[in-house]
Design a protein around this ligand. Sequence first.
Ligand SMILES: C[S@@+](CC[C@H](N)C(=O)[O-])C[C@H]1O[C@@H](n2cnc3c(N)ncnc32)[C@H](O)[C@@H]1O
Length: 231
Amino acid sequence: MPHHRGDGPAPFDIESVRRIRREYGAWAPVYDWFARATSSIGGVRDGCVAALDLDPGDTVVDFGCGPGVNFPALREAVGPEGRVVGVDVTRPMLERARGLAERRGWENVSLVQGDATNPPIESADAVLATFVTSLFPDPYAVCGWCELADSVVVANFAPHGGRVANAALGAFARLNARLFDFEAADPLRQLDARTAESRRALSDCLDSVDYRDYVFGTIRVHAGHRRSDAE
Ligand SMILES: C[S@@+](CC[C@H](N)C(=O)[O-])C[C@H]1O[C@@H](n2cnc3c(N)ncnc32)[C@H](O)[C@@H]1O
């Protein structure tokens, strides 16, 4: 069971958190439906969970868990003795996640409202964040997660596909410019830079980082691991 941190203030970007709460709070029901309807597309979520390298009994934290779309695969990987902890800054998202856990009778899922860039968690076996770190003002904040766990996996949109795939991603990013907080006219470049910054954090803070591309190269999953002493 992870411990909650009680130590002092942190680099809390109140404006960014307010913006996220406003945007994702309003969209929570639609997002829940959309994320569930598309959850198996391209095998991204299953790929993320496989990359975490979880064992039965492990504790895994899902930062920016939203309505809990990753929970079924995470629960399956950690088994009945393991724990899944969802952290999100947006209450209506957490309420959706809580509703899901209650409906399914999942007793090993807990939910914490908090800012993932100032994690309210002290330790875990693994950390997952899908489509979250590109929303951070500073995606290098992922480095802090490497102090919590030996295995950190992040999935983000990134323009590594062909022309058509990248154009579609660009249109999607422009449509959601408010959510991503894009300022300039070139959302693809900003997405790319933010995804690269998360990767840089993982490679600075862990021993190995691999990546895999999904959905025509528009989603990149980075998996960072710390070598255990036994290896
Ligand atoms: C695009 S949704 C992704 C939800 C889920 N991970 C998924 O894959 O469906 C982004 C989620 O990240 C949350 N989020 C964004 N910034 C956050 C932060 N600093 N701390 C905690 N949650 C955050 C939002 O509230 C939202 O629920």
